[in-house]
Design a protein around this ligand. Structure first.
Ligand code: KG4
Ligand code: ZN
Length: 335
């Protein structure tokens, strides 16, 4: 089965062609970062309009990359949430209508589930049940994955998502948007032990997270500093250390609590190198297996949508003709 996947939930237009026997045949990605950077964040209306412009040319590029034609497609998967409503509507309306005109089934995909499941496209891959740290610009969750569609959320953020904290801290330090990767880069020049931020929520039991206090700690440290480039690097370093160690400690708790010996990280923040290294050390300590996607599959992309859609299409799931998007679609919730 050949599936076209369409991702338009936020500021990236992603398309991919995934074949259930032959694997990934093509993928294309267009990032709107330049468009939004002048505003310091994503402008939803502009995001939607840009998806309208980019989607068809990207699909055409993917088809020629894979050397196939539209009629070879057996199913279409589109992100239906969570995300920005206008942006979601572009991909959903396009994907559903194209499927209808081709006479093939369509399926609505949950963006966070797609982030999580893309790990199954790798080799070696995790086997059910596994634990996932799902970390993006809008979500921070620890999830037990027992089967396709069977998810238990063990803990999540009570305020900002970790990616959001990276982005807001980066903005406060003048590192632009989206600042996560830029902050991580500047943190590489920071000095250990110069500044220390408290790790949020560690003395409380449970597996929830809180990141908004860290962002405040960054503002306060920046204001109290002489605001040199070195100060910026030291603060970025302290922030990254605190964020990473909070995530690692909660993962450790979740592993001990569940006894599950496979940990998967997914979502944009899974691209963070410090986090990967710290989790690799934890995995070695606890003798568990760690899985993370290649960097290009951490942040938003069409591959994860095509792959997740293929799994559900094979399981018989179908979207009806009345197009529905769910901007707040929670992982595991019915569509
Ligand atoms: O999954 P994603 O592309 O979009 C959402 O679904 O939200 O995640 C984007 C998030 C942003 O907050 C971005 O700053 C963060 O991932 N991010 C990083 C890194 N690369 C992307 N955060 C920390 N370190 C990175 N290297
Ligand atoms: Zn995402």
């Amino acid at each position: 089965m050949l599936v076209l996947g369409i991702e338009t939930s936020c500021d990236e237009t992603g398309v991919a062609l995934y074949h259930t026997e032959q694997g990934l045949l093509a993928h294309q990605l267009y990032s709107q970062v330049k468009l939004h950077s002048a505003y310091g964040g994503v402008v939803p209306e502009l995001a939607a309009r840009d998806h309208v412009q980019k989607l068809l040319p990207l699909v055409q590029l993917a088809l020629s990359e894979a050397k196939i034609c539209l009629n070879d497609i057996n199913g279409i998967a589109y992100t239906a949430g969570p995300g920005l409503i206008g942006a979601l509507l572009v991909g959903a309306m396009f994907g559903r209508s194209l499927a209808w005109s081709l006479g093939v089934p369509a399926v609505a995909v949950n963006h966070m589930e797609a982030h999580l499941l893309v790990n199954l496209l790798q080799s070696p891959k995790p086997t059910f049940p596994f634990l996932t740290l799902l970390i993006s610009g809008g979500h921070t969750q620890l999830v037990v994955v027992r089967a396709l569609g069977d998810y238990t959320i063990l803990g999540e953020t009570v305020d900002d998502a970790v990616g959001e904290a990276f982005d807001k801290s980066a903005k406060l330090l003048g590192l632009g948007y989206p600042g996560g990767a830029a902050l991580a880069q500047v943190a590489g020049k920071g000095r250990a032990g110069k500044i220390q931020f408290t790790r949020p929520m560690l003395n409380r039991p449970g597996l929830d997270f809180s990141f908004s206090g860290l962002k405040t700690a960054v503002v306060n440290a920046w204001r109290a500093s002489t605001q040199t480039e070195q100060d910026k690097a030291d603060i970025a370093y302290a922030f990254e250390q605190a964020a990473v160690s909070t995530l690692v400690i909660k993962c450790k708790r979740a592993i001990q609590q569940t006894g599950i010996k496979q940990l998967v990280i997914a979502g944009g923040v899974a691209a963070n190198q410090q986090l990967r290294q710290s989790l690799a050390a934890l995995a070695e300590d606890l003798s568990i297996s760690l899985f993370f996607p290649p960097l290009e599959w951490c942040t938003d992309n069409g591959v994860m949508v095509a792959f997740t859609g293929a799994l559900y299409l094979q399981a018989g799931k179908r979207a009806n003709l009345s197009v529905l998007v769910k901007p707040r679609w929670r992982l595991g919730e019915d569509y």
